[in-house]
Design a protein around this ligand. Structure first.
Ligand SMILES: *Cc1c(COP(=O)(O)O)cnc(C)c1O
Length: 358
């Protein structure tokens, strides 16, 4: 018998599988999903569209119509190229594979999106984490120093950042773009909830790429992400894309949804409104609520209270994300996705009871 230890890389054996908790029967506020399904009134037209699917055929290798729609809805500047991925996670993986073997790491601020580090590990790349300041702003001197020392192949800047919810200072980001001779990927997964974007600035730097996804807008189930930037980069990355990475059902559904993108715009507008209401209610309970330009809120509890509150909510069938790690920048922190008004009310009521119990 061959032992997995003989074949599987030690850094892979040391990993725990990405934890996705079973949320059956829960109010699910842990994964930044849009809480509203596609409206019933539009579903028949969508199903009609899916009837065209030729499931016996391979998907379109380079879905032009879909790319055109995405370019229009996401405001990709003329002259910039785009690459589609099976979620933006696949695009991060393509970037990592493309730079593998050059002896240069990936770099991102932390706390940040965990997939940057995980995908680096999967690919056998080093990942450099540069701590944010206590207020979750970029530590620009530390970033510039790390960039000079490690010469990262790719710097990832989530804008807004996950799990902190804030936008980084634009002038700091410009300085990072100026200072690095690697790629800088501005990850705008939460663009629908945010006031700023680097998309219109593509081309100002020849090392700037902008990444988007339809997941947080309301289509997490179809897995579709987009990387935009100068063709000299996108053409190279495209060689690594597996030929049929956008399946036919995803393509048809995305084309349909983007033709009716006002439906998603209206839902994301309501989420932004609910975010303000929820932030006020959580502050009213005495929790420290950090400013958010995303569809979730990061809060800090009294010392030692994050885990009991998380568990108390779970016992009441409400699932959020516990980020508490002793001594870390996220000590006593919880992250909660903005849900429907009813879900948010249930969350606030449950937290109120738990906090009153002490
Ligand atoms: C959720 C998230 C993504 C992942 O998006 P998918 O397209 O669903 O893979 C990427 N970046 C950040 C910062 C995220 O929070």
């Amino acid at each position: 018998m061959t032992d997995p230890a003989d074949l599987i890389r030690p850094e892979i054996r040391a990993l725990a599988a990405y934890p996705v908790p079973d949320a059956e029967g829960f109010i699910k506020l842990d994964a930044m999903e849009n809480p509203w399904p596609w409206p019933e009134a539009g579903r028949q037209a969508w199903l009609e569209r899916l009837r065209q699917a030729e499931l016996n055929r391979y998907p379109e290798p380079r879905p032009q119509r879909l790319m055109q729609r995405l370019r229009a809805v996401m405001g990709v500047p003329d002259g910039m190229a785009v690459l589609l991925g099976n979620g933006s996670d696949e695009l991060i993986q393509i970037l990592a594979l493309a730079v593998l073997g050059q002896g240069r790491p990936l770099l991102s601020p932390e706390p940040g999106f965990v997939m940057y580090r995980m995908i680096a590990t999967f690919c056998g790349l080093e990942h450099i984490a540069v701590p944010l300041r206590r207020d979750f702003s970029l530590d620009l001197p530390a970033m510039l120093e790390a960039i000079a020392e490690h010469r990262p192949a790719v710097v990832f800047l989530a804008h807004p950042n996950n799990p902190t919810g804030n936008l980084f200072d634009e002038a700091d980001m410009e300085q990072i773009l100026d200072a690095t001779d690697g790629l800088v990927v501005v990850d705008e997964a939460y663009h629908a909830f945010s006031s700023r974007s680097f998309m219109p600035r593509l081309g100002e730097w020849d090392n700037l790429l902008v990444m988007r996804t339809v997941s947080k807008m309301g289509l997490a189930g179809i897995r579709l992400g987009l990387l935009a930037g100068p063709a000299q980069w996108i053409d190279e990355l495209d060689k690594l894309r597996l030929p049929y990475n956008i399946n036919t059902l995803t393509r048809l559904t995305a084309e349909f949804a983007l033709e009716h993108h006002e439906v998603l715009d209206e839902q994301t507008r309501r989420i932004r409104e609910e975010r303000a209401r929820l932030a006020e209610a959580l502050s009213g309970l005495g929790l420290e609520v950090f400013p958010s330009e995303a569809n979730f809120l990061l809060v800090r509890t009294a010392p030692g209270r994050a885990t009991p509150l998380f568990e108390g909510l779970r016992a009441r069938r409400i699932l959020i994300k516990n980020l508490h790690a002793p001594g870390s920048l996220l000590e006593d922190c919880l992250r909660m996705t903005v849900g429907t008004p009813e879900e948010n009310a249930a969350l606030v009521a449950a937290l109120g009871e738990l906090l009153a119990e002490g």
